[in-house]
Design a protein around this ligand. Structure first.
Ligand SMILES: [Fe+2]
Ligand SMILES: [Fe+2]
Length: 285
């Protein structure tokens, strides 16, 4: 059994978004919505894994953060220091999808190898060539950030995964889940205590994956999606079946309740959630 510890650092908050934007008007209509920019860190015996690189506070990243009202932002390179790691200690980064807030800080992790779905990479590469009238499709993709993926490939630091796979690393399994993006992927992490699923943007809130009182899934907004609503619902069903009603087994990095769901503390003003600790690992709280 692989021994993994999991933490989630809150790298920024925004109250800019409307519930209509986030949930397509299906959920909490009219209520203000807030969003977190969480970074999931997984520490194993010989690996330090991130789920997505997060957005960096470089000029392009800051421009995107500012335009969406994010505040209290820190770079993922600083965020990993909260759990005693340096950016250079990160060995592997599983990219759930290629949106700006999930790949922006690629350049901050010089020793990491990256994993993305082949269809996610190749289709965005094609869609970025579409004429301006298609720009709504690529509104969550930044050319500058995406080019980092291309450079990773040239440096042989990018693996294109073709569908789901078991044991990408011992006890870490890849599952695909389209809808929010073209070919998003999710990661199941088996720990000594529990198995968790990092779902990227397949859900912004628990209500996205656990059916509500009227028995429906509430998808993330189609205004930022590139896949189909049907695919999105099947992805939610897969997450629902995985967690069997226990939302604490689903790592939702944009959900501000994440830091209320697990033991948490403030580190330098930024919330740190300790999802689980491997035997012998010291608490970072
Ligand atoms: Fe996102
Ligand atoms: Fe996204």
């Amino acid at each position: 059994m692989a021994k993994y510890s999991i933490w989630i650092v809150d790298c920024g908050r925004s109250s800019f978004f409307s519930t209509e934007h986030l949930y397509g008007g299906f959920y909490k209509k009219g209520e203000p919505a807030s969003m977190a920019m969480g970074l999931a860190i997984i520490k194993g015996e010989n690996r330090n894994i991130l789920i997505d690189s997060g957005v960096d506070t470089d000029p392009v990243g800051m421009q995107m953060l500012n335009s969406r009202g994010y505040y209290d932002c820190i770079s993922p390179a600083k965020a990993v220091e909260m759990v005693g790691l340096k950016a250079g200690d990160i060995t592997d980064i599983i990219i759930t999808h290629a949106h700006w807030d999930h790949i922006g800080a690629i350049h901050c992790f010089p020793n990491a190898h990256f994993y993305i779905q082949k269809a996610e990479y190749l289709t965005w590469l094609e869609w970025l060539t579409l004429p301006p009238e298609f720009s709504i499709l690529t509104r969550c993709i930044t050319q500058e950030h995406f080019e980092q993926l291309v450079h990773l490939g040239k440096d042989h630091r990018l693996t294109l995964l073709d569908g789901p796979c078991d044991n990408l690393f011992p006890g870490v399994h890849i599952r695909t889940g389209s809808g929010h993006s073209i070919a998003s992927q999710m990661a199941i992490i088996e720990t000594e205590h529990q198995s968790y699923m990092a779902v990227g943007d397949a859900a912004y809130a628990p209500e996205g994956v656990i059916r509500t009182g009227d028995g429906r899934y509430l998808p993330t907004g189609m205004s930022v999606a590139a896949g189909t609503m049907c695919d999105m619902l099947f992805t939610m069903q897969a997450i629902d079946r995985f967690c069997e009603g226990d939302i604490s087994r689903v790592l939702i990095v944009h959900d501000v309740e994440t830091w209320n769901r697990y033991p948490s503390s403030l580190k330098g003003g930024h919330p740190l959630a300790e999802v689980c600790l491997a035997t012998g690992e010291a608490s970072r709280l």
